[in-house]
Ligand binder design. Structure first.
Ligand code: MG
Length: 278
């Protein structure tokens, strides 16, 4: 599958408010709908300690309601987290395909695991990155190394800017120069080294390829890494950015994870009115 990374969205590309009826009507009129969502900042509010990022109130219940309608909705969560973390935070073990590390790893609804792509030299390059981080990230400075096996992330949400900035710069320089098998991903207060093929646009194309070619696709996300998925769906998907009104390839926006839950509930209600669960 070719890699098609999203360019920076033009400043004029601002998503507009998500119309209330759009998604409920879609699941009734055009099943099956591929409905994919990011986790942090989308299904779960951003918190200072990523280990405590629990789903927004009602999110788990809304997903469980939708997961009962397997003929109408194909549910997926695509996160930068690894699958084990994602499963334990989401607390939902059925009916949702989970894609971890930006889509590099997949867990099917029956628990089967697979890798989306061949990793090539990425594992060896990740070892070099681990060694560099161990040697160069100061302790007790608020910088947190997160090893996700298929990627390594450096979080700086809780670090002073003057401490974090030179370390982040040096980290980016090292990965670019010494680990060409990897790419850098930048999110909210995190920079991450990951296999070149791990991106959410590719993850969406992987999921779409398993459905009828005209099946609609919907994606919710809040961050820079979600732009790859918005971009992949820019001609024929429904894309929703969660949070601020920044330039984005997404067509629509909602203000926070609470409105994501409302949108999920509105789809579940429409399906429940229309037909019993499978
Ligand atoms: Mg996110």
């Amino acid at each position: 599958m070719p890699i098609e990374r999203s360019p920076t969205p033009p400043a004029a590309e601002r998503p507009r408010a998500l119309p209330r009826c759009l998604l409920p009507e879609l699941v009734i009129r055009c099943p099956p709908v591929l409905l994919a969502l990011d986790y942090d900042g989308t299904l779960s509010p951003i918190v200072n300690d990523p280990a405590r990022a629990v789903p927004a109130p009602g999110a788990r219940q809304a997903l469980a309601r939708l997961a009962r309608h397997t003929q109408a909705v194909v549910l997926a969560v695509i996160s930068g987290r690894d699958i084990d973390q994602l499963r334990s935070l989401l607390g939902l073990d059925f009916g949702v395909t989970m894609l971890g590390v930006h889509g590099a790893e997949v867990m099917e609804t029956d628990g089967t695991r697979l890798l989306v792509e061949e990793l090539g030299g990425a594992p060896h390059a990740l070892d070099k990155v681990r060694d560099w981080l161990r040697a160069n990230v100061p302790e007790r400075a608020g910088l947190v190394i997160e090893d996700k096996r298929l990627s390594v992330a450096l979080h700086y949400r809780n670090a002073a800017q003057k401490t974090a900035a030179p370390v982040i710069r040096a980290f980016e320089t090292f990965v670019t120069a010494q680990a060409p098998e990897l790419r850098l991903g930048r999110g909210k207060m995190v920079v991450e080294a990951m296999p070149k093929g791990a991106d959410k646009g590719r993850a969406m194309r992987f999921l779409r390829a398993r459905l009828r070619s005209d099946a609609p696709a919907v994606y919710f996300g809040d961050d820079v890494t979600d732009e790859d998925a918005f971009y992949a769906l820019r001609h024929d998907g429904i894309t929703v950015r969660v949070g601020d009104c920044a330039p984005s390839w997404a067509e629509y926006r909602v203000p926070s994870p609470l409105q994501v839950v409302e949108a999920l509930d509105s789809m579940a209600e429409a399906l429940e009115r229309n037909a019993p669960a499978d």
